[in-house]
Design a protein around this ligand. Structure first.
Ligand code: ADP
Ligand code: MG
Length: 274
């Protein structure tokens, strides 16, 4: 199972929109996708898919098996919903942590990809989610605060977790191409931090995305031939091609110097300071 974390410094930039559509686009390629709603404050992946999950990850803490907490979405794509109970994940005792890790490990052979939608901002659990991911995707917009916050996020992930590779998606672009924004951003980031950034894709500001969301439909399902849906597909094709090339990661048994040891780290208490 390859883990993809989607983050940003700032909220409202399109993380959840990207996570959901990318999930669908990867599932379209006949890969099994598990969406994990890691936004503890504002869990809303379920809303984008128009489902009402019976259970969420917080229920696992109450003794439910993680398999019972999976909400099927469509062919090849399932969800572990977020929920208010998730806040407890940062305050687990050793026994609870072990139990949760075991449960998540049970899923690793059931899916090809886990896509984690995170909350905005530099919180410990968001950093952990990125630290265990095989791919960190940062969503960037033209908004100057998005620029500054994305920089801050990358800086902390690099300095604290030694992450070096980030993929950037430029979103909500107006009157400027994503490539231009990316070059500007990469110049600043790479001047001060020894990290590598690559542009994964760029989406124009498109009010159809908002309309789709208001109707609790992702654009990939709503208007499958829209320009935005095509871009999500291109991004998915690139990600899948890349991971097929590098060989699927098994995040549980691997422990590279670039990151903490697998998904287990999600549930570990934080060390150091952000
Ligand atoms: N490319 C885009 N063009 C126009 N609106 C967008 C675009 N991407 C996302 N949005 C809208 O921006 C708002 C915030 O998106 P969301 O995915 O919830 O952001 P986040 O998860 O980062 O907080 C939503 O109303 C969404 O429909
Ligand atoms: Mg969100």
């Amino acid at each position: 199972m390859r883990i993809i974390a989607i983050s940003s410094g700032k909220g409202g930039v399109g993380k959840t929109t990207l996570a959901c559509n990318l999930g669908l686009a990867i599932a379209e390629q006949n890969k099994r996708v598990l969406m994990i709603d890691g936004d503890l404050g504002l869990a809303n992946v379920d809303i984008h898919f128009g489902v009402r999950p019976m259970h969420h990850l917080g229920d696992v803490l109450q003794g439910k098996s993680i398999k019972e907490c999976i909400t099927p979405l469509m062919k090849n794509i399932d969800l572990i919903a977020g929920g208010s109970g998730l806040v407890e994940l940062t305050h687990l005792n050793a026994f609870q942590r072990r139990e949760l890790i075991n449960q998540v490990q049970d899923l690793q052979f059931s899916y090809d990809y886990a896509i984690i939608d995170t909350s905005s901002g530099i919180y410990e659990h968001v950093l952990h989610l990125n630290a265990v991911a095989d791919e960190c995707i940062i969503v960037l917009t033209q908004d100057p605060s998005s620029f500054a916050d994305a920089y801050a996020m990358i800086k902390v992930l690099h300095q604290k977790y030694k992450l070096q590779n980030f993929k950037v998606v430029c979103n909500q672009m107006k009157g400027m191409r994503g490539e231009q924004l990316f070059i500007k951003f990469a110049e600043v980031v790479e001047r001060f931090l020894s990290v590598r950034l690559s542009l994964l894709g760029s989406l124009p500001f498109d009010e159809n995305l908002q309309k789709a969301q208001q109707q609790q439909r992702t654009i990939m399902r709503q208007t499958t031939n829209s320009p935005a849906a095509q871009i999500f597909r291109e991004i998915a094709v690139e990600l899948v091609a890349e991971s097929d090339l590098s060989g699927a990661h098994n995040s549980f048994s691997e422990n590279t110097s670039q990151r903490t040891s697998g998904l287990a780290a999600i549930f570990k208490p934080a060390t150091g300071h952000a």
